[in-house]
Design a protein around this ligand. Structure first.
Ligand SMILES: [Zn+2]
Ligand SMILES: [Zn+2]
Length: 152
């Protein structure tokens, strides 16, 4: 856990975050795939420790019943994924790892929706790789749960 800073591509939005974990993960679900262009690779950062600048440039949409996604209105960089449904997940922001100024000492520790991964896209390391089915089970959701139901 350490303090790290970061910004969008154009610098209109910057942030500093306390208690950033040394670990991060990847999501290969269809929504993250389309949002990022390949996979969402992000660190889970406690919301209470994040200070944003350029708030007037931060735009967001409710991308599903349970979460919102934000971007910089000046350059289009994806800024965060945030669970809006009540619960412990709502206290964190998933901040794309590429936004951080310095990622030294950080390590990928898990991937989810691995069965939806784009061919040839692969992250190195000996970490967990959960299928969609395994993820839904972990969150106590039914197997016919459709992440795209209210996605757009
Ligand atoms: Zn920007
Ligand atoms: Zn996802």
């Amino acid at each position: 856990m350490t303090e790290r800073s970061g910004q969008c591509m154009c610098g209109a939005v910057t942030f500093t975050a306390r208690d950033v974990p040394a670990t991060y993960g990847a999501c290969h679900c269809e929504m993250c795939r389309r949002w990022t262009g390949a996979a969402l690779v992000a660190a889970t950062v406690p919301a209470k420790g994040i200070t944003w600048t350029g708030n007037d440039k931060i735009r967001k949409i409710q991308s599903s019943d349970w979460a919102e996604r934000a971007w910089c209105d000046a350059c289009g960089t994806g800024l965060y994924y945030h669970v809006t449904a009540p619960g412990p997940m709502a206290e964190n922001y998933e901040i794309p790892i590429g936004l951080f100024d310095d990622t030294r000492g950080m390590e990928m520790t898990g991937e989810i929706y691995i069965d939806h991964k784009i061919p040839s896209l692969g992250f190195t390391g000996d970490h967990s790789r959960l299928t969609r089915k395994e993820v839904l089970k972990q969150f106590g959701l039914a197997e016919d749960f459709d992440t795209l139901d209210d996605g757009d």
